[in-house]
Ligand binder design. Structure first.
Ligand code: C5P
Length: 234
């Protein structure tokens, strides 16, 4: 099979409170998006990488020069992450075959490595349900309920046994991913691609990822990402 990467990078990074979209923040000397793209470019298993940005993106050409090997920018970003992925997939109709495997990866995860990409590909194998990198949950998880004066209270503890935090890449056949995202009921409720695939009745494989593949969401995450980027072995 052929393996492709698709990176949604059309978000505005509202939680980061920085100047500009977070995928362009410099982490370890490079924009975050560039780290993620370079991991796929460095993987000998990946045929080509596609990056979805907003139609009005004015920064991407400096981050990914148009002559960069192995990457194509698609200016078809949408209102939600799911829309950006779906628009990207639709733009590749006729380019990708329905059996081609697509790895969707958040632009805000700069710690990805070719070894993790290979681990995902190996762990999913030829499972038609696809799969994703994920980490077993280490925290004790509480379910909140509305308390007095609107202050949330801890109503229950969710057994963490069997709970995983989803990472990316998440890999599915082109046909399955297109069908799953195209039929998902509510774009805002879809926070990853696997959840749309699960709604079709498939059980994607969980492949253990690595903490270095964290999603940079809060300002302090930049320091953590830099710590991992400084040490390729971590
Ligand atoms: O905001 P969040 O961290 O969930 O974003 C995850 C990824 O989805 C980021 O790479 C972001 O750029 C992308 N995204 C997108 N289009 C949107 C919203 C987010 O491509 N409308």
């Amino acid at each position: 099979p052929r393996y492709f990467a698709l990176l949604p990078a059309a978000g505005v990074g509202a939680r980061m409170a920085a100047n500009g979209p977070k995928q362009y923040l410099t982490v370890g000397g490079k924009p975050m998006l560039r780290h993620a793209v370079d991991a796929f470019r460095a993987s000998t298993l990946v045929t080509h990488t596609y990056v979805v940005v907003s139609p009005d993106d004015g920064v991407i050409d400096s981050v990914l020069p148009p002559d960069l090997d192995g990457v194509t920018v698609l200016r078809v970003g949408g209102a939600t992450r799911m829309d950006s992925v779906l628009n990207g997939l639709r733009a590749l109709a006729g380019v990708l075959d329905e059996r081609d495997l697509v790895m969707v990866h958040d632009a805000a995860r700069p710690g990805l490595t070719p070894a993790l990409i290979a681990k995902l590909i190996d762990g999913v194998g030829d499972d038609p349900a696809g799969g994703l990198l994920a980490l077993p949950v280490v925290d004790t998880i509480k379910r909140s309920a509305p308390g007095a004066e609107g202050i949330g209270v801890s109503a229950a503890t969710v057994p963490r046994n069997g709970l995983w935090s989803a990472q990316t890449p998440q890999m599915f056949s082109y046909a399955l991913l297109l069908r799953a995202l195209g039929s998902a009921p509510d774009a805002n409720a879809i926070t990853d691609d696997a959840s749309a695939v699960e709604m079709l009745g498939y059980a994607p494989r969980l492949v253990e990822g690595h903490p270095r593949n964290l999603k940079v969401t809060l300002p302090a995450d930049i320091r953590i990402a830099e710590m991992y980027l400084a040490n390729k072995e971590d």
